[in-house]
Structure formats: C-alpha cells, structure tokens
Design a protein around this ligand. Structure first.
Ligand code: LR7
Ligand code: MN
Length: 565
C-alpha cells in the first residue's frame, strides 16, 4: 500500500514537473513568436473608458457635417483657420481641418466614364495593410473609413493597421478605443510594433499576419474611391504575377481637396539614375487613353496590390532596408526581372495626401534612402549600378550598406533576368548616359572650365553653367551628347532660350532648340539658332551662351569620353 502510494506520488510528481516544464516551454515559445513578429499585445488602456469616450465624443461633436463633401477643397474660419495654418507648417498638413472634416466624407467618382461601363466580378479577398508612424488619427481613420465604405464586404478579408511604434499619445489608447467602439463590427486589427522598424519592415509585419488572397498596401493618408478594388482583384485573379498600382490622385495637404480630372492621360513610374522614383508618360502609343492595365516600369511604392503568395514567393521585401525609401524601386526591378509584371490600373483610383516634407524624423538621421538604394543597386542593377554610384560614390564600397548575401541568393534562386534585359524590354526609353551617346562625361574648354549644372535640383529648370573642371570627377559636370543630338543630363536638355541663353530644361525629344551637333573642330552647333555653344566672357558660376560661330577658343569643347561609332 505504502509502496503503491509512493509510486503514485512519484508519478504525480513527474506529471506535475512535466506540466510545469511544458508550461515553461510554452511561455518561452510564445515569447519567441512574439519577438519574431516583434508585435506587442493590445496596449493596456491608460485612460479610463469614460475619459476616452469623453475625448472621442468631444472630437466628434466638433466635426462639421458636409465639410469636404465630394472631395471639394475645404476651409476653416476664425481661430480654427489660424491654428490650421500653423499646423500646416509643423506637420505639412492642415491637421485642424482634418479633425473637423467627417471621417466618412463622400467623394465624387473620379474615374473616366469608360470605366463606369466595365463590370468586374472578382471572387478573391483582400487584406488591406496600412502602416503608420505618428500620423494624425483623423487621417488614419479617414483612410480606414474610405476602405470600409468603398469595398464590398465579400471582397474584404480584413484591415490591418500597423503602428510603427508611434510616440504620439493619441495613437495609443484613443485609436484602439475608437476601433473597439465605433468600428467594432468590422475586422480591423491593430498591430503595434515594439520598436520603430521603418516602413519596410512594418509592411512585412503586416503581411505576416494577413490572411487575404491579396495584399493591398496603403499609406496611412489615403482615400479609396468608388469601385477601386474590383479591377485590382479581377486582374490578379486573371494573372497572379501581376502587381498593380491604382491611379494615385492628389489630395491637397492644405485643404484636403481631392483633385482629379477623370482623364486617361495618367502617368506611370520611371526612375532616375540617382535612384529616385519619377513619374513618366506612358511610353507605348497603343497604351494611351485606354482603360485596360498599362505596363509600368516602376511604382511609387505606397499603394499597390499583390497576390499574397506571390508576394512571398518573389521575395517580399529586403528586410535589411531601414527607415524610408528605396524599397519601391527594389520591388519594381525585382518583379520585372524575376518573372512578374507591374501595371497601373486606370479604373482604380485612390487619393493620397502629398506632403511637402516628412513630418517625422529618422533615428540617427541616417540617409536610409541612399543606403537602401545602394543595396538594391548591388543586387539588381548589375553593371548599370555604375550610374547610381556616380551620384553616391561614398556608398559604393561602404560597410554601412550591410550584408547582401540573402538578396543575392534570392536572385539566383528565382533565376532572375539581368538589368540589361529590364532596360531593353521594360523601359527601352530610359536614357543611358554613357551608352546612348556620342560623347559623355566632362565637357571641357581649353582653359580648364567645364559645363556644370551648378547643382540644379533634378526637377528644376535653370541656366546651363560653367565652372572650373573638378579634379575628381563630379556628377554636376557629367553631360552626354545623345545619339539624338541632345546635350543632356538624365531628362534635362540644354535648350537655346531667348536667342542667346542656354537653359537646362525637360527634354522634349523634338530636336529644334534642343538639338546640337558636335563638329570635328570641337564646336557644338545649334541649327535652330544657327549659333554655337560659347564660354566667352562667362564668369565662374554663370551660364554659357550661344553666339555666332567663330570657331575660336571659347567655342571649342572636348568630351572626356567618346563612344566609338
Ligand atoms: O519610419 C516610418 N514608419 C512608417 O510606418 C516612416 C513612415 N512610415 C509610414 C508613414 O506613416 C506612411 O503611412 O509609411 C508610410 C509612407 O511614408 P510617407 O507617406 O512619409 O512616404 P511618401 O508618401 O512620402 O513616400 C513614397 O515613397 C516611400 C519610399 O519608401 C514609400 O514607398 C511610400 O509609401 C511612398 N508613397 C507613395 O507611393 C504614395 C504616392 C506618392 C508618390 C510618388
Ligand atoms: Mn505618403
């Protein structure tokens, strides 16, 4: 009996110990999972429910019905107007106006009328992923409301809000409380990151918890419009390797006006060799004015739809990219080079608030855009990365760029095509400054002065300058004489202006004032004005001009590099 009892005791002890151990293992495992996702559980509400309800009701009571309806620009009066203007300076957004505007304002249908005749019947569902860092709560909620109002419930799996560890207090309990009370019947998840991870990893965390067939990413200051989701889902159902961008309409940061023209002359995505996203006109004449999806060489990055499995299969994001920037070109090149397609869908339209500056700062003030772009250049751009590193020489062999092994392995695993293939097949119009040119590099006079853009910002028009030739070759003195006779830098061309001035302005491809001929004797001749490029009497830092051709020393130019013809 005693023996039996002891044995039983032993067994119980073992079971007990086993359970304790199991519990311990479970706790450790859960913590590990939590850490892996780096997601915290729902915040404990700090304010009492009463207080929260009071704050929300107070805010709701100040909302002005009808303000901003139909996407009309809206204006405040009195004290609010003054405060609104102040907020504009601080947040690059009229936050007072946003707080006064109904969250569920009605927008006009911005689509082209041809779109309204089309019928789509997708059968798959989307998870909408909205990431944010210190965004205004009313702006985030207007994004959420617009999705709820404009998306049929059978196409909506869930909305996932990812808080990239915001420090603004109102985004903590107040936002959670709003969702729990005002939007409780909807499937909205609020994921809080425990550390600021930057927008790339924040999106990845959202994608990890998403369950829909399709992922649709949105910035936290967007508004969806009528039937925005149907053409996206229908196209993905037809081809799961198609990654889609809606037309991104402008919502003005000052008055929240939703501007749209309903026309089909929208633009698609390009890039600059300095590694920035740019808007470009649709290249193929046959694609212009159509309602069907149009090929897009790149995307802006914030708003896109992708099949969830395809997102993971094709390498999701480069998780080592920090902060902000670069991920959009990385994904664009990767999608094309590894067997997908990127398209703009003209019948899907979403508004985005374009802000003049980032209302948030970055940890350590790191140039994450530069570093991230250096990463993608090394992995995806092959020999063409030389052109990017011309703009960022300090990043070329810099350990700050980090380890690239995994991304290079991914490229091998997916057997992706070369960047040359991408340029030739996806973006043949892209100007390659040292390939599509007779001559390129520094354009020197005999007295050590060089053509110089005087560091004109990439999107500004200004005089073509002259400056002492830099000992170490710098990008401001890099020009090409293109095969089409343009004297150009990226998309900027030297153009004769007012008979004798020379400006750098957007290339138009129609020759005329932008057409130049290089002669054996080193003169650069502009047939439209019948004059030659001249450095005569041009002081340091001032522009060059055109003058009657004399063939003298002021009209003699030498390109540092010439292509063999
Ligand atoms: O550390 C951060 N963590 C975040 O979660 C910094 C930002 N964010 C959030 C932020 O709150 C916002 O919701 O990330 C989102 C994007 O940040 P924005 O709105 O400041 O970026 P943007 O609109 O100026 O920049 C564009 O390029 C970025 C490059 O990394 C992203 O891809 C943005 O999503 C992208 N926006 C668009 O494509 C919208 C169209 C604009 C154009 C052109
Ligand atoms: Mn944005």
């Amino acid at each position: 009996m005693l023996v039996k009892c002891r044995r039983l005791k032993k067994i119980y002890f073992k079971i007990g110990l086993g359970l304790v151990l199991l519990g311990f293992v479970l706790i450790v495992y859960m913590k590990h999972l939590d850490e892996k996702l780096d997601i915290g559980v729902k915040d404990n509400l700090v304010l009492s429910e009463n207080k929260l309800e009071q704050r929300i009701s107070e805010w709701e009571s100040k909302i002005i019905p009808g303000l901003g309806d139909n996407g009309e620009p809206a204006f405040l009066e009195g004290e609010d107007a003054i405060e609104g203007e102040k907020s504009q300076k601080k947040f690059a957004l009229n936050t007072v106006l946003s707080d006064r505007m109904p969250l569920d304002r009605k927008l006009r249908d911005p689509r082209n009328s041809k779109c309204k005749e089309l019928k789509y019947s997708p059968t798959i569902k989307a998870s909408i992923i909205v990431i944010f860092y210190n965004e205004l709560m009313s702006v985030i909620l207007r994004t959420v409301w617009s999705v709820l109002l404009q998306t049929p419930s059978h196409l909506l799996q869930e909305i996932i809000l990812v808080d990239d560890c915001s420090t603004d207090d109102h985004l903590k309990d107040l936002l959670q409380y709003y969702l729990d009370t005002r939007l409780k019947s909807y499937n909205i998840k609020l994921v809080r990151l425990k550390h600021r991870m930057g927008l790339i990893r924040a999106r990845l965390q959202g994608a990890r918890v998403a369950q829909g067939d399709v992922l649709i990413f949105l910035d936290a200051h967007c508004e969806a419009t009528k039937d925005w989701i149907e053409p996206l889902l229908a196209r993905i159902e037809e081809d799961r390797t198609a990654v889609l961008v809606p037309i991104i309409d402008v919502i003005e940061a000052t008055n929240l006006g939703y501007s749209t023209n309903g026309e089909l002359n929208f633009q698609v995505g390009g890039f600059s060799w300095s590694g920035h996203f740019t808007w470009i006109d649709i290249q193929d004449e046959n694609d212009k004015g159509k309602v069907k999806p149009v090929k897009s060489p790149t995307m802006a990055g914030g708003l896109f739809a992708i099949d969830r499995r395809f997102f993971w299969d094709i390498g999701s994001y480069d998780e080592q990219m920090d902060g902000w920037g670069g991920e959009n070109l990385e994904m664009s090149f990767r999608i094309w080079q590894c067997g997908g397609r990127l398209e703009t869908v003209p019948c899907s339209r979403v508004g985005h608030i374009f802000r003049d500056f980032h209302p948030y700062s970055f940890p350590d003030n790191k140039d994450t855009h530069g570093i991230n772009t250096a990463r993608l250049a090394h992995v995806w751009m092959d020999e063409y990365k030389r052109l990017f590193f011309m703009y960022q020489p300090a990043l070329e062999n810099n350990p700050i760029v980090g380890d690239l092994t995994h991304r290079k392995q991914l490229r091998q695993k997916l057997r992706c095509k070369s960047f040359k293939w991408y340029l030739q097949n996806v973006y043949p119009e892209k100007f390659i400054p040292d390939e599509n040119a007779f001559g390129y590099g520094q354009v020197k006079t005999d007295f050590q002065m060089c053509l110089d853009d005087l560091q004109l910002p990439e999107d500004k028009v200004g005089p073509l300058g002259l400056y002492q030739c830099h000992q170490f070759f710098a990008v401001s003195q890099y020009f090409s004489l293109s095969n089409n006779g343009e004297l150009r830098k990226e998309n900027f061309c030297a153009e004769v202006f007012n008979e004798h001035e020379v400006h750098l302005t957007e290339c138009h491809g129609h020759k005329r004032e932008q057409y130049w001929k290089l002669f054996e004797n080193g003169t650069i001749y502009n047939p439209a004005s019948k004059k030659c490029l001249t450095s005569d009497r041009v002081e340091n830092g001032k522009g060059v001009l055109v003058a009657p051709c004399k063939g003298d020393v002021f009209q003699k130019w030498t390109f540092s590099h010439l292509n063999k013809t």
